[in-house]
Design a binder for this molecule. Structure first.
Ligand code: ADP
Length: 191
């Protein structure tokens, strides 16, 4: 098992790089953003509860996403490892994830943190909003709110894993392939 957290602010390229990494390393991709959007499109009660938070650029309550991740872990007993994308996003989520993985006797191997300037983030998200159909990318004040949530609540997650010496900062600017090569180098050094 090789469990990896791909970390970084909204727009840092987690989704793009995750697709490439799961193909190369045979990991199961767990993106809480994708799982939540799926719940919304299926019109489940969980999706309905999450939607208002997402539309305002706020984090969905911890118990909702933790429950979702717990079910996804149980639903994939054969996985060779998990790539967590967009999770954990708060200290409480990080602690819950550590406990869930402890039960499965398979810890986080490394957190790869994509480093991208704020100016570049906003530029990418506005551009993505032109084609993605994601309402939270379509409005600059919602984009700014998401980046604020990241600074206020999510950066603490990196501190949590730094205490276990598991965080590696990776430059998240440049071509998609160059960034992918940097990430692979870090994984291969630990896998
Ligand atoms: P991005 O990182 O580009 O903002 P995501 O698809 O990861 O996009 O997340 C979209 C939205 O889904 C977030 O703004 C938030 O409302 C919600 N969300 C996703 N993951 C989490 C999480 N782990 N905890 C709380 N809310 C989450």
């Amino acid at each position: 098992m090789f469990n990896l957290i791909l970390f970084g602010p909204p727009g840092s390229g987690k989704g793009t790089q995750s697709e490439k990494l799961i193909a190369k390393y045979g990991l199961k991709h767990l993106s809480t953003g994708d799982l939540l959007r799926n719940e919304i499109s299926q019109k489940t009660s969980l999706g309905q509860a999450a939607q208002n938070f997402m539309d305002q650029g706020q984090l969905v309550p911890d118990e909702v996403v933790i429950g979702m991740i717990s079910s996804a872990l149980d639903a994939n007993p054969e996985a060779q490892g998990f790539l967590f994308d967009g999770f954990p996003r708060t200290s409480a989520q990080a602690e819950a994830l550590d406990k869930l993985l402890e039960l499965k006797k398979t810890p986080i191997a490394v957190m790869l943190a994509l480093d991208v300037s704020e100016e570049e983030l906003v530029k990418r998200l506005v551009k993505r909003g032109e084609t993605s159909g994601r309402s939270d990318d379509n409005n600059e004040s919602v984009i700014r709110a998401r980046i604020m949530e990241y600074h206020n609540k999510t950066t603490a997650v990196a501190d949590h894993y730094k205490a276990f010496d598991k965080v590696v900062l990776v430059k998240g600017e440049g071509s998609v392939d160059d960034i992918f090569t940097r990430l692979c180098k870090e994984i291969d050094a630990r896998n």
